[in-house]
Design a protein around this ligand. Structure first.
Ligand SMILES: [Zn+2]
Length: 138
């Protein structure tokens, strides 16, 4: 059983596997909800609708990892992990930013810069986890 497919966020993972970013929105008050849940944190309503969002975002936060730790064997060091705020909905998602992986100084990511994403994967042991890989918007 794929553990990504049995929780409240299952449509997110299914969407990524189909090449689409799907995010949950409250069926009652229409606010965006992340992480996904079964009940709206704002109005208490039950029921989510999943809407496709474009893979466009602004960089909210980032960090560069220089040292190996468990389950990162498939990633070349160093690598950059980011939190990206998806355009027009405020949802913040984890991802990678590969085009600045080895960057230093002026090549560092800049908070607030525009990003475009594509859906790749991260290999962890025998698992291939769909991953949003962000790049600087042209
Ligand atoms: Zn609501």
């Amino acid at each position: 059983m794929n553990h990504r497919l049995d929780g409240a966020d299952a449509p997110y993972w299914q969407g990524l596997e189909q090449g689409r970013l799907l995010l949950p929105r409250c069926a009652h008050c229409a606010c965006w909800l992340w992480p996904a849940g079964h009940r709206c944190a704002s109005c208490g309503g039950i029921g989510m609708v999943w809407e496709e969002r474009p893979l466009r975002a602004t960089l909210y936060s980032w960090t560069r990892t220089w040292h190996r730790f468990g389950f990162t064997e498939s990633l070349d060091l160093p690598y950059v992990s980011v939190v990206a705020e998806v355009e027009d909905c405020g949802v913040r998602l984890m991802g990678r930013m590969d085009d600045v992986r080895n960057g230093a100084g002026p090549d560092n990511p800049r908070i607030g810069e525009a990003l475009v994403g594509r859906i790749g994967e991260t290999v962890v042991g025998d698992d291939r986890i769909p991953t949003i890989i962000w790049s600087r918007a042209a």
